[in-house]
Ligand binder design. Structure first.
Ligand code: SF4
Length: 210
């Protein structure tokens, strides 16, 4: 009888939210343990690596990755892990704890189409928040929130300022509501930026703010 090829599951991994998107030797070696000869790892534009692991080893792989400080996320129609900047001016000053909490609340949530959130610690904007679905920029002591940016295609555009100078709690709550509205009213496979155009920025604003 012919042997069935082993089913593999694609996982997105990265080194978590820290000073830039970096990996150490231990993490690279651990990833390599789950790769066959000739197998490749895919480097995405969103600070994630895609690795395919055998389904039968999925849970142990996730556990091993966690032990060496790698974060794992699902691949598909989920909110991606938060893209960040390098926090070059310091973790506290640039709001790294807020970025960590935001990622915790957002990443992996099921949505109509892959949603890319990005965060940047100052107006220089190294995390490119304005060309992502949901973009957060720390400006002085507050958090400015942009929605509906699109990096791809000939209709690429910058996001629109939704609310500015939010406190961390206000930011978490607002982003949470944005995801819920998108989950309830977005069409299947409708990208978030397109959803904002169709459903209406004003409508979303009114539901959240009033
Ligand atoms: S956005 Fe600001 S804090 Fe973040 S890496 Fe760029 S310059 Fe540094």
């Amino acid at each position: 009888m012919m042997e069935q090829p082993e089913t593999k599951v694609k996982l997105a991994v990265n080194g978590g939210i820290s000073f830039g998107a970096k990996l150490n030797a231990k993490q690279l070696v651990t990833l390599a343990e789950y790769m066959d000869d000739g197998q490749e790892i895919e480097l995405t534009t969103f600070q994630q690596l895609y690795i395919e692991v055998p389904e039968t080893q999925l849970e142990t792989a996730k556990q091993r990755f966690k032990e060496v400080g790698l974060s794992c996320y699902p691949v598909g129609n989920y909110v991606k892990s938060l893209r960040t900047c390098n926090f070059c001016k310091g973790a506290e000053e640039e709001g790294m704890p807020v970025a960590l909490e935001l990622n915790e609340r957002l990443a992996g949530r099921s949505v109509p189409f892959t949603l890319k959130p990005a965060y940047t610690g100052c107006p220089v904007g190294c995390g490119e928040p304005l060309v992502n679905d949901i973009g957060v920029m720390k400006v002085k002591d507050g958090y400015d929130l942009y929605i509906g940016g699109r990096a791809k295609g000939t209709n690429a555009k910058v996001g629109t300022l939704f609310l500015e100078q939010l406190t961390p709690e206000q930011l978490y709550e607002t982003v949470d509501q944005l995801i819920e509205i998108y989950q309830s009213h977005g069409k299947k496979r409708e990208p978030f930026a397109k959803f904002v155009e169709r459903y209406g920025f004003e409508e979303i604003y009114n539901q959240i703010v009033s």
